[in-house]
Design a protein around this ligand. Structure first.
Ligand code: 7XF
Length: 412
C-alpha cells in the first residue's frame, strides 16, 4: 500500500507509516511479539545481515510495528529516520555510545536531567570521554571553548528543571562547519512545539515516556536524525552497546498516545499559561519560570523557536525549604511524583528527586536552585489545579496545619 505524505502535524501523527489495508483493514496496527523472523533461504538471511534486503531479522533490530512508529516519529521531527528505544535514557546512551570514543570531548549545557548528567559525569567520563559543562544559553561560551576535540554538543531546551532555553539555530551555526554534532533533548517541547533538526541540530532525542505517551503507562524514547547516523546507532549503540529495545506493547501504546498529542499539548499549554500567571501574581511566590510569561528572560527566543510555551513550570516560593516541602505535602489533588507530561498534574522537588544525582555543590554550580519546585501541568480543569495550589499556599503561609495528601516529605 502506497503511503501518502501528510503535510499537517495532526494528520501525520494519526496516519504516517500505516494504512489499514496493509493489515486486512485493521484500524490499529497489530503488535508483533515475535522475537525472530524466518528467512526463506540461508542466502536471503545472509543478505539481510549484510543490509542488502529490508527483511526483519530479530526484534533487537526492530519489528514491523516499531517501523511504523519510527516512520511516524521521523515525520513529526522532520527527520530522515528515527530509532525507538526502551526509554529516554536508552535513546541517549545508545546515541552517545555510538558517536564518541575515548579522548573525544562532549560539551554539555550546565543544566541536564539528573540521569543524563549522571551518565556523562559517572559513565562516559570514566571511559575517557572529556565532559565540559557550559552555560549554552550564551552561544559565545560555545564559540570560546569548542575545539577539534569536541565531537558533540548536548543540550535540553527548555532545560529540566530550571526552564532555560538555548538558541538552537545559533549553536548549530557554530557546530555546523565543524566535525561536531549538535544533539538536542526535545522532551519538554515534543515535536509539536519545537523541531530542533529544522533549526539546524544534527540529532534530536526524546523521552517518549512523557507527553508522547501521555498517559503515564509506558517507558520509551527515540532519537532522530540523518538515515546513516540512525542506522549506525541502531546497529551499534542499540544492538551491541545497550540492548535498550522497546517492547511491542509499548510501541502500540505510544502509537495510541501520538494520535492525541496535538490536542493534549494545546490544553497543557493553555492550562500552564493560566497556572503560571496565577503563581506569578501570588505574594508567596518569589519567581515563576515559564516561557509564556511577559517577564520570562528569554521571551524573544521562546517566540522564535517554540510554537507555544508548553506545559512545564518551575517556581520558587518566598519560603524555606521546609515550608516548600509543607506546601507540596498539603496539595490535595496534585500528585507529588517525578515524570511529566501526563494527564495528572505532577509536582516534585528536583533537588530531592529528579536531580538528586547532583551533589549540593554541583546543583548550585549547574544553576539548579535547591528550593526550586517543578510543576507538570496536567489536563484537569484549570480552576481545580489553581484552587489546589491556592489552598496549599494559604495553608502554609497562614500557619494552619493541613493534612498531607500522600505523607511524602520532600525533606527526609
Ligand atoms: O528514560 P526516561 O524515559 O525516563 O527519560 C529520561 C529523560 C531524558 N530527558 C529528559 C529531559 C527527561 O526529563 C528524562 C526523564 N525525566 C523524568 C523527570 O524529569 O521527571 C524522570 C523521572 S526521575
Amino acid at each position: 500500500m502506497k503511503h501518502r505524505h501528510h503535510a499537517h502535524f495532526a494528520t501525520a501523527a494519526i496516519h504516517t507509516g500505516y494504512h489499514p489495508q496493509d493489515q486486512q483493514g485493521a484500524l490499529t496496527p497489530p503488535i508483533h511479539i515475535s522475537s525472530t523472523y524466518a528467512f526463506e533461504t540461508v542466502e536471503q538471511g545472509a543478505e539481510a545481515f549484510q543490509g542488502d534486503n529490508d527483511r526483519f531479522i530479530y526484534a533487537r533490530l526492530g519489528s514491523p510495528t516499531q517501523q511504523i512508529l519510527e516512520q511516524r516519529l521521523a515525520r513529526l521531527e522532520q527527520a530522515e529516520a528515527a530509532l525507538a528505544t526502551a526509554s529516554g535514557m536508552g535513546a541517549i546512551t545508545a546515541t552517545l555510545w555510538s558517536l564518541v570514543k575515548p579522548g573525544d570531548e562532549i560539551i554539555a549545557d550546565l543544566s541536564l536531567y539528573g540521569c543524563t548528567y549522571s551518565f556523562l559525569e559517572h559513565g562516559l567520563k570514566s571511559f575517557g570521554v572529556k565532559i565540559t559543562y557550559l552555560n549554552l544559553s550564551d552561544p559565545n561560551n560555545l564559540t570560546q571553548h569548542i575545539s577539534d576535540q569536541t565531537r558533540l554538543v548536548y543540550s535540553e531546551s527548555p532545560t529540566n528543571p530550571n526552564m532555560r532555553l538555548v538558541d538552537i539555530a545559533a549553536l548549530a551555526a557554530i557546530t555546523g562547519p565543524l566535525d561536531c554534532q549538535l544533539m538536542i533533548d526535545n522532551t519538554y517541547c515534543t515535536p509539536y512545539l519545537q523541531n530542533p533538526l529544522a533549526l539546524g541540530a544534527d540529532l534530536v532525542v526524546h523521552s517518549a515516556t512523557k507527553y508522547l505517551g501521555g498517559h503515564g503507562d509506558l517507558l520509551a524514547g527515540f532519537v532522530a536524525g540523518r538515515q546513516e547516523v540512525i542506522d549506525h546507532i541502531r546497529m551499534f549503540g542499540l544492538k551491541d552497546m545497550t540492548g535498550a529495545v522497546i517492547s511491542g506493547f509499548d510501541v502500540s501504546l505510544l502509537l495510541r498516545g501520538l494520535k492525541t498529542l496535538h490536542v493534549r499539548m494545546e490544553r497543557h499549554g493553555e492550562n500552564a499559561q493560566q497556572v503560571a500567571e496565577y503563581l506569578a501574581a501570588s505574594p508567596h511566590v518569589k519567581r515563576t519560570y515559564y516561557p509564556g510569561l511577559a517577564d520570562f528572560p528569554q521571551r524573544q527566543l521562546a517566540a522564535l523557536q517554540m510554537r507555544q510555551a508548553g506545559g512545564m513550570i518551575a517556581f520558587e516560593l518566598n519560603a524555606t525549604r521546609e515550608q516548600a516541602a509543607a506546601f507540596v505535602n498539603r496539595l490535595q489533588m496534585i500528585l507529588c511524583a517525578v515524570s511529566l507530561g501526563d494527564a495528572e498534574t505532577l509536582i516534585q522537588h528536583p533537588a530531592s528527586m529528579t536531580h538528586s544525582t547532583y551533589t549540593e555543590e554541583a546543583l548550585l554550580a549547574h544553576l539548579i536552585s535547591p528550593t526550586l519546585i517543578r510543576l507538570s501541568v496536567g489536563l484537569e480543569h484549570v480552576d481545580d489545579i489553581i484552587a489546589d495550589l491556592d489552598q496549599a499556599l494559604e495553608s502554609v503561609f497562614s500557619g494552619a496545619s493541613g493534612d498531607s495528601n500522600n505523607g511524602l516529605a520532600i525533606l527526609a
